[in-house]
Design a protein around this ligand. Structure first.
Ligand code: SAM
Ligand code: SF4
Ligand code: F3S
Length: 468
């Protein structure tokens, strides 16, 4: 099976988009669509594609349910809480659908790819018209046209290893920052994680396509581009290159821009990656490298494929190549069978590494993932106590790290007009720290900013370069 969707299949979708657009134009009022996104940056990038397809079918975007002719809910399955939130949103649309039977409601993404979820929607949420999984995203025009014309419910949730669909439009929500998926899927099967079951196997986009997309983004004003993948540093297009080489090639492109990437897996991180980062001035000095647990026993049960010692060696090597590196990570507490002693090892690792920021989770049993079948004797309250201790430690470190910036002048990309009277603009440092800005600034430009104050989550800054 080819990994890339054949061009003529993409052309079929483009023909359908043109047909739907003329049908919409023939009606005597504008049509609107709303896309709601849950989950990670990969889902944000997928939603940009969904909006791009809707735009090409003649739908204008709206931020309200009432005004919408089509509502698409792009879902996340990573934790139980994420799924519960989505079911709440779907349930709340029952009344609107009753009042407006022509409204099309679509549920897509990682949850929709789970057979239990698509069955539950089929049986209990009959007001949902379209359900499509991650592998059917490129066929959205066809599914929408069928639902609009046929009035039948449409389900496209077949399991698959996954393909790559090139050539579909995207409507980006942000001008100065951009997501750029370079690889999809995951082969690692960490025992707690649902992602490999809903996103298929690892597959990488070709270098030439990534380069031409990057050039387009830079030409359209993007100054901060994040390369995306479930394990972005496992990027490996057939016979071509690898992730460090991709970084070097993108660094050579013309223009004033920054490159970021996430999420990296420790198994494919090493000297080659750190050297490529250190040698590339356009690659941000920021590494997001999840460690998940500081206990070797738990890392093994998680099937992470590295030890605590190896992780610490990686951090030492990365910091030695880039002393100014900003380091962030993900961690899970309360994995089934985790003991107080295991947790202490996680706590001590956090204390030792001193991450700039940490994304912290309590283990959530995902039906279908192996950890859901393990004995889990530790009560939720104990896990919460561990979790709170960990957050307190990390908040202290984050605040101390932020305090070190006060008095320094940093280069910041001003990317947001906040609407806040005191801090009308905000931006991001090279290391991806949020800076709230006093005074006037030019959106979409890098500026020298003096850091005057800080808290745990953000820095406060003043422009030192006058606005051009
Ligand atoms: N591929 C990335 C990696 O290996 O680090 C992570 C992708 S996952 C979408 C984002 C984070 O969610 C993970 O790093 C993990 O910390 C967390 N996560 C995944 N499954 C989880 C679960 N069942 N319970 C709690 N947290 C989970
Ligand atoms: Fe999930 Fe592990 Fe794959 Fe990350 S590497 S997406 S945590 S299975
Ligand atoms: Fe969630 Fe799917 Fe991302 S499960 S975290 S939206 S890959």
């Amino acid at each position: 099976m080819s990994l890339t969707v054949e061009k003529f299949h993409i052309q079929e979708q483009k023909d359908i988009m043109a047909r739907v657009k003329s049908a919409n134009a023939a009606q005597n009022r504008a049509k609107y669509a709303r896309v709601l996104t849950f989950g990670c940056q990969q889902n944000e990038a997928d939603s940009e594609r969904i909006r791009g397809m809707l735009d090409e079918m003649g739908y204008a975007m709206t931020e309200t349910d009432d005004g919408a002719d089509v509502i698409v809910i792009n879902t996340c399955a990573v934790r139980e809480h994420a799924e519960a939130k989505v079911f709440g949103v779907i349930g709340a649309l029952t009344h609107l659908k009753r009042a407006k039977p022509g409204l099309i409601i679509a549920v897509c993404g990682c949850m929709a790819q789970r057979p239990e979820v698509s069955e539950r929607i089929r049986e209990s949420y009959k007001h949902v018209d379209i359900v499509f999984g991650t592998h059917a995203l490129w066929r959205f025009p066809e599914l929408l046209e069928t639902a609009v014309n046929g009035g039948e419910r449409v389900f496209s949730v077949e399991n698959s290893d996954g393909e790559i669909a090139e050539g579909l439009p995207a409507l980006r929500g942000r001008k100065y920052t951009a997501w750029l998926p370079v690889m999809y899927g995951c082969n690692n099967f960490c025992t707690y994680c649902i992602v490999p079951y809903v996103r298929g196997r690892e597959r990488s986009r070709g270098v030439a396509t990534v380069i031409s997309d990057s050039k387009e983004l830079i030409a359209s004003g993007a100054r901060d581009i994040t390369l995306l993948g479930q394990n972005v540093n496992s990027y490996k297009p057939a016979g071509e290159t690898d992730f460090p080489q991709l970084l070097r090639e993108l660094n050579d492109l013309d223009g004033d821009f920054l490159l970021r990437f996430m999420t990296s897996h420790p198994k494919d991180a090493g000297e080659r990656l750190f050297a490529a980062m250190a040698d590339s001035p356009k690659v941000a000095r920021h590494l997001h490298l999840p460690f998940q647990s500081g206990s070797n026993r738990i890392l093994k049960l998680m099937n992470r494929g590295y030890t605590r010692e190896h992780y610490l060696e990686l951090i030492a090597a990365a910091r030695s190549a880039m002393p100014d590196l900003v380091l962030t990570s993900d961690v899970i507490v309360g994995f089934p069978g985790e003991t107080e002693a295991d947790f202490e090892e996680t706590y001590n690792l956090i204390k030792e590494v001193r991450f700039d920021a940490l994304f912290t989770f309590i283990h959530s049993a995902r039906p279908g993932a192996p950890s859901a079948k393990l004995d889990d004797p530790v009560p939720r309250e104990t896990k919460q106590v561990w979790f709170d201790r960990m957050i307190e430690l990390q908040n202290g470190v984050s605040a101390e790290k932020h305090a070190e910036y006060v008095g320094k002048t940093l280069r910041v990309l001003v990317d947001t007009e906040t609407g806040d009277a005191l801090y009308p603009f905000s931006g991001r440092t090279n290391g991806n720290r949020l800076v709230r800005l006093h005074g006037d600034a030019a959106l979409g430009e890098f500026a020298d900013v003096k850091i005057t104050d800080c808290n745990t989550w953000s820095l406060i800054g003043e422009m030192t370069t006058p606005r051009a």
